[in-house]
Design a protein around this ligand. Structure first.
Ligand code: URA
Length: 241
């Protein structure tokens, strides 16, 4: 069981502002602990199953944050964006305050499953090709997808910036113009470049799955949800397992 921590420290760790600001939130009667109005920012609180209410909004305590987000089109996965608004503008401000980062990036025009976390080890594990964690992309093309294009993707494609080929680890043709392709790397514009290299094109790109975790069907575009240990287990399943 984790050691109880002062309420002020807990609020700070969850991204509610500076220690001083967090303490002021308590003095202003804006914080509840498990539904009970808090009075003392120094009070030590057990974090297991803790639910804070801050300015009338409930917040589960999470020592590390793991978020699944359904990314809409026309948002960039960076803090300093160039042409489009940032995905971080769609997240609650405590997430940004506590330093959550995208786990790998999706292009501004790619939609679908995006993980966001402040756990560096998790981010590394999910993105390194060594862990063989599959990312499934649903690709819509303007030209019919041929068997020879699929064979080429599975046999390996050499992109212009690296002589080492990159492979689709699985391809499942869904319709004449749609393909579900699994890759374990995350090179720059990888899917788009792979499709171009085999003589087709990406008109639309949507990520549906990471590891064995599927985008929840009830997670609307622009919405997020917490991931729990059972979700993290699904995310960590490698292609080879
Ligand atoms: N590959 C791409 O080309 N774009 C993405 O957003 C993700 C993978």
């Amino acid at each position: 069981m984790a050691k109880p921590i002062s309420l002020e420290k807990i609020l700070f760790s969850q991204g509610f502002g500076t220690r001083r600001y967090c303490s002021d939130l308590v003095y202003a009667d804006l914080v509840k602990v498990n539904g009970v109005l808090a009075e003392d920012p120094e009070e030590r609180i057990a974090t297991e199953g803790l639910v804070l209410t801050v300015e009338d909004r409930d917040w589960e305590y999470h020592e590390k944050a793991y978020i699944a987000f359904n990314k809409p089109e026309n948002y960039e996965c960076s803090h300093k964006t160039t042409h489009h608004p940032s995905v971080y503008s769609l997240l609650p401000s405590p997430f940004v305050e506590r330093g959550l980062q995208c786990v790998g990036r999706l292009d501004f025009d790619t939609t679908g499953l995006l993980l966001i976390s402040d756990d560096g080890q998790f981010i590394h594990k999910m993105t390194t090709p060594k862990k063989n964690i599959g990312k499934v992309y649903e690709i819509t093309t303007p030209e019919p997808i041929t068997q020879s294009q699929i064979d080429h993707l599975l046999n390996g494609v050499v992109l212009d910036d690296d002589p080492k080929p990159c492979f689709a680890v699985a391809c499942n043709q869904l319709t004449e113009y749609t393909l579900a392709m699994t890759i374990v790397e995350g090179r720059y514009h990888q899917v788009k470049r792979m499709m171009a290299a085999v003589g087709n094109h990406v008109a639309k790109l949507h990520r549906t799955e990471i590891g064995a975790y599927l985008m929840p069907t009830d997670l609307a575009e622009g919405e997020w949800r917490w991931l729990y240990p059972q979700d993290l287990q699904m995310l960590s399943k490698s292609v080879a397992a």
